[in-house]
Design a protein around this ligand. Structure first.
Ligand SMILES: [Zn+2]
Ligand SMILES: [Zn+2]
Length: 143
């Protein structure tokens, strides 16, 4: 361990205390990493399942224009629904929500991007592993 502080001037007892503290810190870090890993898995699984579902629907010839692209269940009464600010996915009120930015701008964010944002705020990394289902879903722009 290169970053171990020099503890040679301390008594054995003091050293044991410090080492104990460092050990707990390390365990704490590992636990947090584990939580982050699980959250990342969760988001990846969610993205995958949404993509699979939309592929199935597409194969079945189901028209998705007026349907939530996340749960694929909710039909939009107004035919438009809400568009996610980040991935432009069309989703229902159950699969997304309003988010107020620091500049007081209110945007709509889908559940997937919200989870990604949560991760982003903790890891500082945007998850780019999974591509958005944009390529597979035909979207009507300009409304
Ligand atoms: Zn939905
Ligand atoms: Zn989104």
């Amino acid at each position: 361990m290169a970053d171990m502080p020099d503890l040679s001037h301390l008594t054995q007892e003091e050293r044991a205390i410090i080492e104990g503290v460092m050990m707990r810190q390390k365990q704490e870090e590992e636990r947090e990493n584990e939580i982050m890993r699980r959250k990342q898995d969760e988001v990846a699984t969610l993205v995958d399942s949404i993509r699979q579902k939309s592929e199935q629907q597409k194969k079945a010839g189901v028209e998705l224009e007026a349907t939530c692209h996340i749960c694929l269940k909710t039909k939009f009464a107004d035919g438009i629904g809400h568009i996610c600010h980040y991935c432009n996915i069309r989703c229902c009120a159950k699969c997304g929500g309003k988010v107020t930015l620091r500049n007081n701008k209110v945007i709509w964010v889908c559940i997937v991007c919200r989870k990604k944002q949560e991760l982003l705020s903790k890891t500082g990394q945007w998850m780019n592993k999974s591509t958005s289902p944009d390529g597979m879903i035909r979207r009507q722009e300009g409304d």
